[in-house]
Design a protein around this ligand. Structure first.
Ligand SMILES: *[C@@H]1O[C@H](CO)[C@@H](O)[C@H](O)[C@H]1NC(C)=O
Ligand SMILES: *[C@@H]1O[C@H](CO)[C@@H](O)[C@H](O)[C@H]1NC(C)=O
Ligand SMILES: *[C@@H]1O[C@H](CO)[C@@H](O)[C@H](O)[C@H]1NC(C)=O
Ligand SMILES: *[C@@H]1O[C@H](CO)[C@@H](O)[C@H](O)[C@H]1NC(C)=O
Ligand SMILES: *[C@@H]1O[C@H](CO)[C@@H](O)[C@H](O)[C@H]1NC(C)=O
Ligand SMILES: *[C@@H]1O[C@H](CO)[C@@H](O)[C@H](O)[C@H]1NC(C)=O
Ligand SMILES: *[C@@H]1O[C@H](CO)[C@@H](O)[C@H](O)[C@H]1NC(C)=O
Ligand SMILES: *[C@@H]1O[C@H](CO)[C@@H](O)[C@H](O)[C@H]1NC(C)=O
Ligand SMILES: *[C@@H]1O[C@H](CO)[C@@H](O)[C@H](O)[C@H]1NC(C)=O
Ligand SMILES: *[C@@H]1O[C@H](CO)[C@@H](O)[C@H](O)[C@H]1NC(C)=O
Length: 699
């Protein structure tokens, strides 16, 4: 066995390596295999900015799974209601905030139409549907025999095959790593007969959760398609939905033709008589200026990209452990890492349902960005993380300065439920949640551990300064107690409290301290002056609220452990030790209080109402408290479910997939593998023969 030397933060640690051939064996042992469509989740190829979801035929023949991207969005037309015809007409609502009336970006009941428009627009567009056309309408999945499908995660390939009318159809597909292109190789004698490929285009709808499928195909008069150019080897279809338009380029080897649309539809059909069809399909907001990659090019680039993804970065090998629990944990790790690159390695913060379907209209939530993007850093894929960080924060600095200024605060207040322009959707929770604010500090500090140099300091400096300025300004100095309070009004991580009484929530207080500590350290590392307000606020932040010897949700909460509505939703108190490092200023955390809090959560929390990343958070808390078995139990909790293809199940409150679950699992398992400062990993159950490689200890 090979031994590698790996430089860890603060010292040299010897770790057993996991050679590429072994990584490949582990990854491929969890390749997804299906013999029928799931109807709820596809299998996907993609690259973080573009993904294609296939049913069991390898295309979208029977199930219109999505073809989603980072860039394709649509607005419905603005309302025509008097005084609500422009986004500038929207006023929001004024709430009392420490004796000041502050305008919050909340739906105004007197302006229902424009408020609703701002929530529902823009939506992410499902760019199309590509499926088999059997030459007649009445074919169903049940008419196909010997259906078999393998997603090879090592090379990013979906291989599907089935029998129809006594003949075999074989399909192989890859997505290009950097363009919005799929390449499809189809082999079948039926191509010389009735078998063709259809292309169809849906209309976006105004569903908050548009899952499992996005858009509708039966409102054809509300949008337009046109076959713009066609030859014997290519076709271009332009799809126009109000102000949005984009192009689908189809090209194939040999000869054939695209015809359509059929009357009353937006369905086009490619017929290319051959026994072996090489097809590429590409999506673009503009007509292409460069030559599209060939099928061979897409296949080769995809394989190279995926192999370097798996061969690079960190790895956990549990294959020598004889335990079903270890096997299931390994499966979740591998499929989560595949889905991370496909769905979350994006130029914008990823959507909670990635590029599978639309939750919250396809918008992304900035507080979820920590769960969704951090695993790229923790697993050593900074090249993918830097697609969005810190660029998005830099891009949205001006609008975030304005948001803070309009409310009388300094610095930059980050939005919440966001679209690519950085506009935050109106919402009571959206406008009053605050835990997304210190995320830049978390990202920056993690990056600095891997790249402790001036480039890193310079890249993040303006963002951290603006963030810390807001945080210091937001904290309210309470003359009677002599401390800085957070809220009211505000929503804590658990979005189920009364915002007008919510004051000093445990997690947010700890996170404010962490954020201001990092911001101050960032200045010191650059030999720059630390703004005194940051230190003043940090040093006089209200103490963490304690109730019955436990850390409470917020100060003054009643019925903390007795009221089922209080002991439910996200148990964020566990995050002050699970997610955050011990405080580097102020009072230390009390271990007995941390232990009692963890025990109370385990005993009384309504975990059946939790959705997902709660389990990873609790697992990390258990780890730091030294209870590895409990950490594993949380990560394999029956409510924390993953389907056969590794998609995290949303449950009753959010649709499937809900990627903060799988992405947080990667953060928790990175912590098991790499440990944290003062407690080097790996931390796995006694007797587990685990090999890990490439992890930097957690903060
Ligand atoms: C939707 O409308 C908003 C407000 O006018 C605009 O900022 C945004 O760019 C539009 N997005 C699209 C995709 O048209
Ligand atoms: C629209 O605004 C005008 C001018 O502010 C006002 O006079 C009018 O009553 C408003 N109309 C409605 C329907 O609110
Ligand atoms: C909070 O207070 C504002 C007034 O400042 C009021 O309009 C709002 O309805 C209150 N919200 C709740 C949930 O009590
Ligand atoms: C399906 O449709 C074709 C003609 O389009 C017809 O010949 C055939 O009988 C139909 N089969 C079934 C099972 O309905
Ligand atoms: C259009 O399709 C959707 C599902 O895609 C369905 O719910 C709806 O009933 C259909 N509408 C009509 C008018 O057929
Ligand atoms: C197209 O469909 C419409 C109704 O869906 C029908 O009235 C019209 O005759 C059809 N045209 C052709 C050319 O089939
Ligand atoms: C410094 O860190 C950046 C990332 O912020 C990295 O790209 C670069 O290679 C590092 N430079 C040196 C000299 O280590
Ligand atoms: C100051 O803190 C006390 C105790 O938490 C609280 O009752 C009071 O409302 C606070 N004062 C202000 C002005 O918020
Ligand atoms: C800060 O100052 C120290 C001591 O003068 C020096 O060694 C270091 O290079 C400086 N760092 C930066 C980023 O300028
Ligand atoms: C597997 O995990 C479950 C709960 O997470 C636990 O009850 C069980 O003892 C574990 N099995 C083994 C063999 O460790």
């Amino acid at each position: 066995m090979r031994t590698l030397e790996i430089f860890f933060w603060g010292g040299l640690v010897l770790a057993e390596g996991v050679p590429v051939s072994q990584r490949r064996k582990v990854v491929q042992s969890f390749n997804v295999r299906r013999e029928a469509s799931s109807g709820l989740t596809p299998v996907q190829v993609g690259n973080g900015n573009f993904a294609f979801g296939a049913d069991v035929t390898g295309l979208q023949t029977f199930h219109p799974f999505g073809i989603l991207s980072t860039w394709c969005w649509h607005n419905f037309s603005l309302p025509t209601t008097p005084n609500q015809t422009s986004i500038d007409d929207f006023t929001g609502l004024q709430w009392w905030t420490h004796d000041r009336l502050i305008t919050y970006n909340q739906p105004n009941p007197a302006q229902n139409d424009i408020s609703t428009w701002l929530i529902q627009n823009p939506q992410r567009v499902n760019m199309g549907r590509v499926g088999f056309d059997f030459g007649r309408d009445n074919v169903t999945e049940a008419d196909l025999g010997h259906k078999s499908q393998i997603l090879d995660m090592w090379s990013g390939k979906i291989r599907s095959s089935f029998m129809f009318n006594g003949a075999e159809v074989e399909v192989e597909m890859h997505a290009h790593p950097t363009s919005d292109t799929i390449a499809i190789l189809i082999e079948s004698p039926l191509l010389n007969a009735d078998l063709g490929i259809f292309f169809d285009f849906p209309l976006p709808v105004r569903n908050k959760f548009d899952a499992p499928f996005v858009g509708v195909f039966n409102a054809t008069d509300k949008h337009q398609t046109v076959l713009e150019r066609t030859s014997t080897q290519s076709a271009t279809i332009k799809h126009t939905i109000d102000q949005t338009s984009y192009y689908t380029f189809i090209s194939w080897a040999g000869s054939g033709s695209v015809t359509g649309p059929a009357n009353g539809t937006h369905r086009y059909i490619l017929k290319a008589p051959t026994s072996k069809l090489k097809l590429t399909v590409s999506f673009s907001p503009t007509t292409p200026t460069e030559i599209l990659p060939s099928l061979k090019g897409v296949f080769e680039d995809s394989q190279t990209w995926w192999e370097s993804y798996w061969a690079g970065g960190a790895f956990i090998d549990l294959s020598a452990v004889e335990s079903d629990n270890a096997t299931e944990l390994q499966r979740r790790i591998i499929t989560s890492k595949y889905l991370l690159a496909v769905n979350s390695a994006s130029d914008n913060p990823p959507q909670e349902s990635g590029l599978v379907n639309n939750g919250w209209y396809g918008k992304f939530h900035l507080e979820m960005n920590l769960w969704n993007s951090l695993p790229l850093a923790r697993w050593g894929h900074f090249e993918l993380l830097w697609r969005s960080l810190p660029n998005i924060y830099k891009r949205w600095l001006p609008s975030s300065y304005s948001r803070a200024k309009a409310q009388g605060y300094g610095g930059a207040r980050w939005g919440k439920m966001t679209d690519p322009t950085g506009r935050s959707a109106p919402g009571e929770i959206n406008s009053l949640l605050i835990w997304q604010q210190p995320h830049p500090m978390y990202f920056a500090e993690v990056e600095y551990r891997s790249y402790p140099n001036f480039t890193t300091l310079a890249r993040w400096d303006a963002v951290l300064t603006a963030t810390a300025d807001f945080m210091a300004s937001f904290a309210f100095f309470n003359e009677s107690t002599g401390v800085y309070d957070l809220g009211p009004p505000m929503y804590p991580v658990s979005e189920n409290t009364n915002p007008n009484v919510t004051t000093n929530p445990t997690f947010e207080l700890a996170y404010w301290r962490f954020g201001l500590d990092v911001a101050a350290r960032w200045k010191r590392r650059q030999n720059l002056t630390v703004p005194s307000t940051w230190i003043t606020v940090r040093d006089r932040l209200a103490p963490l609220p304690v109730v019955d010897g436990t850390y409470a949700v917020y100060e003054g909460i009643s019925g903390m452990w007795t009221d089922k509505t209080t002991a439910s939703d996200h148990p964020a108190m566990a995050g002050i030790y699970g997610l955050l490092p011990p405080p580097s200023s102020g009072a230390s955390l009390s271990t007995p209080i941390l232990r009692k809090t963890a025990a109370k959560i385990k005993e009384t929390w309504a975990l059946e109402d939790s959705y997902g990343w709660d389990f990873s958070l609790l697992a990390m808390n258990s780890l730091r408290l030294g209870d590895v078995d409990q950490a594993i139990a949380y990560l394999l909790h029956p409510i924390f479910a993953f389907d056969d293809a590794g998609y995290p199940i949303g449950g009753s409150r959010v649709p499937t997939p809900y990627f903060p679950n799988s992405n947080s699992l990667l953060i928790a398992t990175a912590m098991m593998a790499g440990g944290w400062d003062g407690s080097e990993g790996p931390h796995f159950p006694k007797g587990w023969d685990v090999k890990v490689e490439g992890f930097v200890p957690a903060l």
